[in-house]
Ligand binder design. Structure first.
Ligand code: ZN
Length: 334
């Protein structure tokens, strides 16, 4: 077992990296309280031939870890001498959050609400600014890997603007259980990328603080399919979406009462309007509230933490104005 010494770099200059090789570097961003820069780890596979730069980012929320394993599996799946273009993978975007095993940055700000940060802002703003400028701005495409938050579970689902052709194509190349139409929410990494001509989607892979290998492998398959579509790898892209459900909107259903909650449907289940999806008990085992679905839809994610205050998120419901359908696959995908 050889462990390479990793070089630190002030900036990411892809053209300086040797073609046909796998590179591991740390990019220095803003200073921490030790007076030294945070080091963001990058794995870069530079192909021999020209092609696009595909960025894959994980753990922008520091406890969302399935993307890390996905990236590690990508290293084995992509051979630099067969690659066209460059794959830039960031297994841990939010370094302080990861170290504390939490979603937020060290100042308790959600990095995925403040992009692109500010050069003279708060602690998290400065980090976000350098992270965007030094790393993300070098991409041509972005797949941002997330999971559910702590105390909740997610299906394997995609958030993407399906009204935009490029991001719809990226979404339809994946292998998800559910795809949800989402306009880019302000301050997200995806929004910044799409605003800057870097087509981007979010892939939500199951649960926080875990490696769920069946979902990771399905994500991997979708990413490799995307690379074939972008002509970065040999082979034809295929339609992996046979069973995917496409929703044109989604929202959370909340509890009104507090107590002990039990949420019943399983992930990707269909629920009917009026169906009881959860019961809130008082601490003596008496039923206080039956939480019902106010529309028919599909379970994208749900709460799994039994302690429940009034106003707790119970179930993330994917809905469609028209009945959910399987999507059209991108033009040159067979
Ligand atoms: Zn996240």
């Amino acid at each position: 077992m050889t462990i390479l010494k990793i070089k630190a770099k002030e900036d990411l200059k892809l053209s300086d990296l040797k073609k046909g090789e796998v590179h591991r570097v740390q990019v220095l961003v803003s200073d921490n309280a030790m007076g030294v820069p945070w080091r963001v780890p990058l794995i870069i596979i530079r192909g021999l031939e020209k092609g696009p730069v595909l960025g894959i980012t994980a753990a922008l929320h520091g406890n969302e870890l399935n993307g890390i394993s996905t990236i590690f599996k990508m290293i084995d799946a992509v051979k630099p001498d067969k690659l066209k273009g460059t794959l830039v993978m960031v297994p841990i975007c939010n370094v302080p959050g990861y170290l504390e095993n939490k979603r937020h940055f060290s100042d308790n700000v959600d990095l995925n609400r403040i992009m692109p940060g500010k050069p003279h802002g708060k602690t998290s703003d400065i980090y976000a600014h350098h992270f965007i400028q030094k790393i993300i701005s070098k991409f041509d495409y972005l797949l941002d890997l997330h999971t559910a938050s702590h105390g909740r579970v997610n299906s394997l689902y995609i958030r993407a603007d399906l009204e935009n052709e490029e991001t719809r194509n990226l979404a339809y190349l994946q292998n998800p259980q559910i795809i949800v139409q989402k306009y880019d929410e302000d301050g997200t990494l995806r929004a910044w990328a799409n605003d800057n001509n870097i087509p981007a989607i979010t892939i939500e892979i199951g649960n926080s603080n875990a490696f769920q290998h069946s979902l990771i492998d399905e994500t991997l398959e979708g990413i490799l399919n995307t690379m074939k579509h972008l002509k970065m790898m040999r082979g034809k892209s295929v339609n992996l979406m046979d069973d995917a459900i496409i929703c044109d909107n989604s929202y959370w259903i909340y509890s009104q009462r507090g107590g002990i909650i039990d949420v019943f449907p399983t992930l990707a289940d269909k629920v009917e309007e009026g169906q009881i999806i959860a019961i809130v008990y008082d601490v003596f085992g008496q039923v206080k509230e039956e939480v019902k679905a106010n529309r028919s839809g599909f379970v994208i994610g749900k709460n799994v933490s039994p302690n429940c205050e009034a106003g707790t998120r119970v179930l993330h419901l994917g809905v469609s104005e028209i009945s959910p359908s399987h999507g059209d696959i991108p033009g040159n995908v067979s």
